[in-house]
Design a binder for this molecule. Structure first.
Ligand code: SF4
Length: 121
């Protein structure tokens, strides 16, 4: 069973999650974001949804109660080598985005990136 089949929004009108106006400060869009976020807050696959939206570069719509601007901020944070607690279960190598299987210090390079760094490649 895929995570989409467990989504709380499965039987909701998809238009709720894709506002016509891409300005989340506009009153109507903000109200729509609030209504969508109310569905997302109790969704059992919220982490999977957010991870999918971030990893696949979604730039439209509301995913896991987050706006496109918030998704971009998470991507920038991860690109800077700082794992996001809602998306990353493990620390991530800032060189290649490989997730460490064992706890690592934030910003630490994975063994292959460390090897390339030491060789000056
Ligand atoms: S977190 Fe929200 S948008 Fe994502 S699957 Fe769940 S209800 Fe749908």
């Amino acid at each position: 069973m895929s995570w989409q089949q467990l989504a709380a929004c499965r039987d909701t009108d998809p238009e709720l999650f894709f506002p016509e106006v891409d300005d989340y400060t506009a009153p109507e869009t903000a109200a729509q974001l609030f209504a969508a976020a109310k569905v997302c807050v109790s969704c059992p696959v919220r982490r999977e949804c957010l991870t999918y939206a971030v990893d696949s570069g979604q730039s439209f719509g509301i995913w896991a109660g987050r706006t496109p601007t918030e998704l971009r901020a998470i991507r920038r944070q991860r690109t800077a080598g700082v794992p996001h607690p809602d998306v990353d279960l493990e620390p991530m190598c800032p060189g290649c985005s490989l997730l460490f299987s064992t706890p690592a210090v934030d910003g630490q390079l994975c063994p292959s990136c460390q090897d390339r760094f030491e060789k000056g490649a």
